[in-house]
Design a protein around this ligand. Structure first.
Ligand code: HEM
Ligand code: HEM
Length: 176
């Protein structure tokens, strides 16, 4: 029988990561313009959560490859199916790229990493500048993609009412 909802583990990972990623985006944007003593603490928090997200996305990719997702509704037009798949792939790519870029940029800049993790790249300031820019720009692409994703989820849940939002519901599945 085909699944009607994502596996509870997939749903747990989706919502845990959604909360952490949104927090990271807001903390990231606010900490760069924060000159108070809080700045150092926020940067350390940002790095620690960012690296935890790297671990979580690796687990999530494994879960996604081993547990079948529910099928999309039969009446969904091909272009929307394509858009859903492409945007999910983009979200996975960004969820992986952002922490790797963060780790790489801190290594290239010669900055300390949590848990004394090893440097991913050699100390190289021009490379640091490039990766720092990429980290900022990709964060905005991630923000925009999440907003589109949220819009699509709400159309599924409130307009089409086709079970797609229910399939990712964070708690016990509602009846309708
Ligand atoms: C999903 C993971 C991550 C997200 C969504 C994220 C998001 C952001 C955002 C939105 C900014 C502000 C960018 C700007 O305004 O230019 C930022 C800055 C920064 N991120 Fe991340 N980040 C992530 C992971 C990491 C990791 C793993 C590290 C390091 C280990 C890291 C280190 C930094 C640092 C040091 C800055 C500030 C640099 C500065 O003060 O110029 N980030 N991040
Ligand atoms: C940072 C925030 C978020 C990220 C990174 C994210 C990421 C993803 C990804 C990658 C998938 C594809 C799952 C898979 O096929 O393995 C997905 C599915 C889904 N997400 Fe999100 N999500 C976020 C926030 C939200 C929010 C706020 C909602 C709803 C209000 C939502 C609703 C859904 C739904 C309904 C699906 C299932 C779609 C389908 O079956 O095609 N997501 N999300």
């Amino acid at each position: 029988m085909k699944p009607v909802a994502f596996h509870p583990l997939a749903r747990l990972l989706h919502w845990l990561m959604a909360v952490l990623i949104l927090a990271m985006l807001f903390v990231g944007v606010s900490m760069v313009s924060d000159l108070s003593p809080r700045h150092t603490w926020l940067v350390s928090l940002h790095k620690a959560i960012g690296l935890a997200l790297l671990l979580l996305v690796l687990v999530r990719i494994g879960v996604r490859l081993s547990l079948a997702p529910p099928p999309l509704p039969d009446d969904m037009p091909p272009v929307q199916r394509w858009a859903a798949k492409a945007s999910h792939l983009l979200l996975y790519g960004l969820m992986l790229a952002m922490p790797v870029l963060g780790w790489g940029m801190q290594s290239a800049g010669g900055y300390p990493l949590p848990l004394q993790l090893p440097a991913l790249l050699p100390h190289d300031l021009p490379l640091y500048a490039l990766l720092r820019q990429a980290h900022g720009w990709l964060a905005y692409v991630l923000f925009a993609t999440v907003l589109l994703h949220l819009g699509a989820a709400l159309v599924h849940g409130l307009v089409r009412r086709d079970g797609v939002l229910r399939s990712m519901w964070p708690g016990p599945l509602p009846k309708n």
